[in-house]
Design a protein. Structure first.
Length: 212
């Protein structure tokens, strides 16, 4: 079985990550994209709210109207007037103070396209190489080391998938989000998370091959 050289894979991953970051101005992450696509209805509502409040003036008017509705307005003041509780706009930051912003993830359609592209890329690569084959297990290595019973294999793979999903959400990202984007940006949390990911993988691999 012929594979690409390691450096070609590294260059490919780097190009994908850099291109995604430059195109979307967001971090590249597969688990977060999958989570958002699964909850696409709530994510679409959030995107619509972001679009509505993209204009600072519209946001200030909405805040003023909501405050007036909750607390009431001054006697004789029009319903659209701001209530006497101060300016709803946040104060401008002082010298040397960075404004606090909350950056939304990439558009939902972009992350859906990312997941579809991963699937299509793997499918095209297997078809071109002539190695496409529908399988229901992880291969002979998995059968020899873990189990050859089909039912047990499905249960083990299902539980493993659940644990991987839980772990990635608990860590705030997967190996692509932390390992590629986060470490590339020298984020401490990503460096620690990636070290835990790969350290655990090395330990489990040693356990499987040397102990079991």
């Amino acid at each position: 079985m012929n594979y690409w050289p390691w450096w070609a894979g590294a260059v490919g991953l780097a190009l994908v990550t850099v291109n995604y970051t430059l195109t979307t101005d967001r971090s590249f992450g597969v688990s977060s994209a999958w989570d958002r696509v699964l909850h696409w209805r709530s994510e679409r509502r959030l995107e619509k709210m972001d679009d509505e409040f993209a204009d600072d003036q519209a946001l200030a008017e909405a805040l003023a109207a909501a405050t007036a509705e909750h607390f009431g307005t001054l006697p004789g003041a029009p319903a659209s007037a701001q209530p006497p509780f101060g300016d709803p706009q946040p104060p401008a930051p002082g010298p040397g103070v960075e404004p606090v912003t909350s950056q939304r993830p990439a558009p939902l359609v972009t992350q859906a396209a990312l997941l579809v592209s991963i699937f299509l890329g793997g499918l095209i690569a297997s078809l071109v190489s002539g190695r496409f084959k529908i399988r229901h297990d992880m291969g002979p290595g998995f059968r020899d080391l873990v189990t050859s019973d089909p039912v047990t294999m499905v249960v083990v793979l299902f539980l493993g998938g659940v644990l991987v999903g839980f772990g990635t959400r608990l860590a705030g990202g997967c190996s692509s989000g932390h390992g590629l984007s986060g470490c590339g940006r020298l984020r401490p949390v990503s460096i620690v998370a990636t070290a835990v990911f790969f350290g655990t993988a090395v330990g489990v691999s040693f356990l499987l091959w040397k102990v079991i």
